[in-house]
Design a protein around this ligand. Structure first.
Ligand code: UGA
Length: 443
């Protein structure tokens, strides 16, 4: 099928590439000329495992095209996706300016009947606004062309997005028009083998499904972080508690890992946006507000542990802390809402020096913080330890999982590890002669 995708960000690029990979003919449109030029020359603007060879192969095969030319792109697709950003505005609501700008572009250049699909995470009711924006443009140029607006939220995880897209748990199609549903079912048929993953529903339910999924996952994390804080105070180990509850299939093993808080471009933004949607409709979002508040607190927890260990904020002045992991999670270079940002800010405010290492996010870190005397970015994990007093682990990258504790004891002047992802066993660290602080490990 012929597909047009507006937006070559994370969602648009991964979706477009996966659709091309199963044989569809895809044009991705973006307003950023440099990005489009890069993509046409095999330069992938994001780090995502497995994506680069797929983009190159499908581009070379002539199934995946990149352009800034909206009229040409609109002449191509029978299905047109809107996959542009919805950043939070001042009060945390999703800002629809990019989505509606694309809707107007679609209305200006539409030449034949289409299915327009919202892929971006958008407030409930956005499909109606998109429909109005397109209709207004059509009316302005006296065109009478039939179109449908459907919602088809994405459930991609950064770092595993290609896999999520190629092997989805579910494909949510929100549309009322049977022809639009049929077209989208045909589009997704190659991803819907062996058993039916397609869930068809009305547009508003599809829009809400996306927020509900992310808010539920964020709630599980905040719940576990609260249990961790209780465990710390009552002398229990939350890792034992996690194993004790995860085996109940009603609870499940996933997303119950306590840590230094959740980050990324989705959970923080979507929990806040859903809370605003609730308020706008007269519902008090008590639980969503609590999920957010727990997470805010949790991002400061590693620093609290440091203050506790050193006996006050003042004692951190002049200390050098090695930080392993800056990205908001492993396998990405994304620093948006990353817990490391808060920790770094707290350390700097306390007058400490940071030597940081991340396998992918050093460039992002440099871009965000620039050159500063109290930040040394290190290419290797051991380089970050040189001259450090303490080690803080903030992101659970695989290479951090099994360090040489004997070497750490010799290197870290204060012989202390703050483990923000519970990667290590406290006994193993303490046996090596290093003080250990994890999340929720009060035993
Ligand atoms: C999340 C969802 O998992 C995807 O299903 C969704 O499609 C995506 O948002 C989106 O809306 O686009 P993502 O933000 O890439 O994906 O990252 P996750 O893997 O979900 O991790 C989010 C954060 O939660 C990370 O900071 C991670 O460290 C933290 N986390 C995750 C925990 O602290 N504990 C856990 O048990 C799991």
């Amino acid at each position: 099928m012929h597909v047009t995708i507006f937006g070559t960000g994370y969602v648009g690029l991964v979706t477009g590439t996966c659709l091309a990979d199963v044989g569809h003919d895809v044009i991705c449109v973006d307003v950023d000329q440099a990005k489009v030029d890069g993509l046409n020359n095999g330069v992938i603007p994001i780090y995502e495992p497995g994506l680069e060879p797929m983009v190159k192969a499908n581009h070379a095969a002539g199934r995946l095209h990149f352009t800034t030319d909206a009229p040409v792109a609109m002449g191509h697709g029978d299905i047109v996706f809107i996959a542009v950003g919805t950043p939070p505005d001042e009060d945390g609501s999703a800002d629809l300016k990019y989505v509606l700008e694309v809707a107007r572009t679609i209305g200006r250049h539409m030449t034949r009947p289409l299915v327009v699909v919202d892929k971006s995470t958008v407030p409930v009711g956005t499909a109606d606004k998109v429909r109005e924006a397109i209709a207004a443009e059509l009316a302005a140029r006296g065109a009478d062309i039939a179109f449908e607006v459907a919602s088809n939220p994405e459930f991609l995880k950064e770092g595993d997005a290609v896999n999520d897209c190629m092997r989805p748990d579910r494909i949510v199609i929100g549309a009322s028009d049977p022809d639009a549903v049929e077209k989208l079912k045909r589009l997704y048929a190659p991803f819907n083998r062996n058993h039916d993953r397609i869930v068809v529903m009305d547009v508003r339910s599809a829009e809400l499904t996306k927020y509900a999924a992310n808010a539920m996952l964020a709630a599980k994390i905040s719940f576990m972080n609260e249990i961790a804080n209780i465990a710390e105070q009552v002398g229990a180990d939350v890792e034992m508690v996690r194993q004790g509850i995860g085996s109940d299939p009603r609870i499940g093993w996933h997303f119950i890992y306590p840590g230094a808080g959740y980050g990324g471009s989705c959970f923080p933004k979507d929990v806040q946006a859903l809370a605003r949607i609730a308020q706008q409709h007269g519902v008090e979002p008590r639980l969503l507000d609590a999920v957010e508040a727990v997470n805010y607190h949790q991002k400061g927890h590693l620093f609290e542990l440091m203050v506790r260990h050193y006996g006050g904020v003042e004692a951190l002045r002049g200390k050098t802390v090695a930080v392993w992991g800056l990205a908001f999670k492993p396998n990405t270079d994304d620093m948006r809402e990353a817990s490391s940002r808060r920790l770094l800010a707290q350390l700097w405010e306390a007058g400490a020096m940071v030597r940081a290492h991340d396998p992918e996010a050093l460039g992002e870190t440099r871009r965000i913080f620039g050159e500063r005397d109290d930040l040394v970015l290190c290419e290797g994990a051991s380089e970050a330890l040189a001259g450090a007093d303490a080690l803080a682990v903030v992101t659970e990258w695989k290479p951090f999982r099994s360090p040489d504790f004997e070497r750490l004891r010799q290197t870290l002047a204060d012989r202390v590890i703050f483990d923000g992802r519970n990667l290590y066993h406290p006994d193993e660290v303490e046996t090596a002669g290093i003080a250990y602080y994890g999340i929720g490990r009060g035993r």
